[in-house]
Design a binder for this molecule. Structure first.
Ligand SMILES: [Zn+2]
Length: 250
């Protein structure tokens, strides 16, 4: 039963994140504006807004103008629901634990950052700074402030170094700011997260090379890699560190 509740909450929150991602770009009011078709501008009915189900039911097309709906909608909804479910399992389904909710909110921030960077090659201050502040408050409550600050220095420092020596060619300044949030979030595991994220990045680069020219874009923004790596690391970071030690025979 808990799982069902978490899935439904995840899908609804994912649907809201789609609105947030869209409105962050167009500048509309996130809470008061009604959702519209991005092509014909028709205000969508409640029935058009049921996560995933509407997309499948309408065969991925707008009911009014038949224009194709973006795959972003079901992907973000499903990713959010999946993250919430895996997170709940990590907490042994004890969703009354406030840690579960805090990490669910971190996952939401990471999804918005990852998808927004993928679409617009940009990491917005008004998303990444509130996320960093939440991480700072969380670590303070956890009595882990020193490690969190050190983690932020390690990750953002490493990115800033690359940013300055390449004059912004290898890495964007948005990634440096994202590094502050990620460092505060992962604290004493910051270095491990860096290793993990670069492994994920290398894997993605290999896949893109293997499937190049099949409609895939040639390069995925670093913020997208970092965002999705961070969600996986939040869930399975400890397992990754153990696996890595085993690999080294330690
Ligand atoms: Zn339409």
């Amino acid at each position: 039963m808990v799982i069902v509740i978490v899935i439904v909450i995840g899908l609804v929150v994912g649907s809201f994140l789609n609105v947030v991602i869209h409105r962050l770009h167009t500048g509309g009011d996130i809470l008061s504006d009604r959702s519209k078709c991005t092509q014909c501008g028709k205000v969508l009915a409640v029935l058009d807004l049921i996560p995933v189900i509407s997309f499948v039911w309408l065969k991925g097309k707008c009911r009014y103008c038949q224009s194709k709906l973006s795959w972003q909608y079901p992907i973000v909804e499903l990713t959010t629901a999946l993250s919430f479910v895996l997170l709940a399992l990590n907490y042994g389904l004890r969703i009354t634990d406030y840690g579960f909710w805090v990490h669910a909110i971190f996952a939401c921030f990471l999804i918005v950052i990852a998808v927004y960077d993928f679409k617009h090659y940009l990491i917005l201050d008004k998303v990444v700074f509130p996320a960093a502040i939440l991480a700072l408050v969380y670590q303070t409550v956890q009595n882990n402030l020193l490690w969190a600050v050190l983690g932020a220095l390690i990750i953002s420092g490493f990115f800033a170094f690359q940013y300055f020596i390449s004059k912004g060619k290898w890495i964007g300044f948005g990634d440096v700011k994202l590094g502050i949030f990620l460092g505060l979030l992962f604290a004493e595991s910051a270095l491990w997260f860096l290793i993990f994220a670069y492994l994920v990045g290398a894997l993605v680069a290999l896949l893109l090379m293997a499937f190049a020219g099949k409609g895939l874009r040639s390069r995925v923004p670093f913020g997208t890699i970092l965002g999705f790596s961070a969600i996986i690391f939040m869930l399975y970071g400890e397992a990754f560190v153990r696996w890595y030690y085993n690999l080294l025979g330690l």
